[in-house]
Design a protein around this ligand. Structure first.
Ligand SMILES: C[S@@+](CC[C@H](N)C(=O)[O-])C[C@H]1O[C@@H](n2cnc3c(N)ncnc32)[C@H](O)[C@@H]1O
Length: 216
């Protein structure tokens, strides 16, 4: 059975895509400039990667593959796999990038045959909708360790910051201080947080032993 939060998000993003198509609004993700900045933050997951070949990257909640559009336009080569709950988005991703792999599914049920050099998750921890904060915290507690389990070099995800002067009731906010403590205690001590860009969110980078900051 699909996680109830995934089920709710599937409905929400399915409606957005049916209304607005393959655009930032179609994945309910703000303005085009904001989306490009987020893609740049996601690709920073590859900082320090020394695999010697084109990195494999799993894009969790990939939408229609906007990250791959951005990477290709920026000259970044990837062995790309995207996964998303919404089939119409995945079909659009396959149409735009026949060379890449796009899967329909819930990352919480995704049985990956192998790991990926990098895993990114751009925008899943954003819409709370009518779900309770406790329920979203439970969902995040399943999602974050899953992202890390699938990566060989590093995983990155973003979430809205509580350091704001207004909070919309339908969005999900997490304190960066509490998130840092959670990641160090429950996931890995090798964590970076980028809270220094002009959106109401931050990006967390979870590194494998040996290639990130933190104790040995
Ligand atoms: C804000 S949109 C961002 C889409 C894409 N990352 C982008 O930046 O263009 C979030 C996406 O996550 C997908 N999603 C939400 N929960 C998911 C889950 N549990 N597994 C896979 N995809 C999920 C939604 O269907 C939606 O397309």
């Amino acid at each position: 059975m699909m996680d109830p939060v995934s089920e709710r998000l599937k409905q929400h993003y399915g409606n957005a895509f049916a209304t607005h198509g393959a655009t930032a609004r179609g994945v309910d993700w703000g303005r085009d400039d904001d989306v490009r900045l987020r893609y740049a933050k996601m690709l920073a997951v590859l900082d320090g990667f020394e695999g010697g070949s084109v990195p494999s990257l799993l894009d969790v909640g990939c939408g229609y593959g906007g990250l791959l559009d951005y990477a290709s336009a920026s000259g970044v080569s990837l062995r790309y796999t995207g996964i998303d709950l919404c089939e119409p988005m995945v079909l659009e991703g396959r149409r735009r990038h026949p060379e890449a792999r796009f899967e329909v599914g819930d990352i919480l049920d995704f049985g990956a045959a192998c790991g990926y050099d990098a895993v990114v998750c751009n925008g899943i921890l954003t819409q709370k909708l009518d779900t309770s904060i406790a329920e979203m915290n439970r969902f995040a507690g399943r999602l974050i360790p899953r992202l890390f389990a699938l990566c060989r070099h590093a995983a990155a995800f973003n979430v809205m910051t509580t350091r704001v002067n207004f909070m919309a009731p339908n969005l999900y906010y997490r304190s960066p201080i509490e998130m840092l403590a959670y990641c160090i205690d429950q996931v890995t001590p090798r964590v970076r947080i980028d809270h220094a860009y002009p959106l109401f969110e931050y990006t967390v980078y979870l590194h494998r032993t040996g290639d990130g900051p933190g104790p040995a």
